[in-house]
Design a protein. Structure first.
Length: 148
């Protein structure tokens, strides 16, 4: 069946539940996983060069630390579940494209993701990134939605 599952996460509550469910699926199938988090690039508007450099470094440090905490926690959950796991950080303007690219580059045969995360107002049915992955991915996508 599925041998390599990509699990994108942004650290939101629903995304974290999605990781747990995807790891349970991977364990049941004997599959390995790659857990991915996508960082958005730093946006520069009207700032002086010194302020941009300082803000960029501060932003990158905070985003890197947040991603490392998130991936470390997910990798720990995978170890506890007995699921072989790799972690991956990506930076991309369009998170959905980074998810699709990672699935292709890592030869994943399933993407398992939450229906929505923390970006903007949560959509009623599906988040915009999930919708875009569903619309553009050639890799099958399993969407986790909270019951109720």
């Amino acid at each position: 069946m599925y041998k390599h599952i990509l699990i994108p996460t942004d650290g939101s509550a629903l995304s974290t539940e999605g990781v747990v469910n995807a790891l349970n699926l991977a364990r049941a199938l004997g599959a390995q996983v790659t857990i991915l988090t996508v960082e958005e690039p730093f946006h520069v508007f009207a700032m002086g060069a010194a302020q941009v450099a300082h803000n960029l470094n501060e932003y990158q440090d905070q985003i890197r630390a947040q991603a490392e905490r998130l991936l470390s926690a997910a990798a720990s959950q995978a170890r506890e579940a007995g699921v072989p796991c790799e972690t991956l950080r990506a930076t991309h303007e369009d998170p959905y494209q980074a998810i699709i690219d990672a699935a292709r580059e890592r030869h994943c045969d399933l993407i398992a993701m939450a229906s929505h995360g923390r970006r903007g107002m949560a959509a009623v049915v599906l988040g915009s990134q999930t919708q875009k992955v569903l619309a553009h991915s050639t890799t099958p996508v399993l969407v986790y939605r909270k019951k109720g």
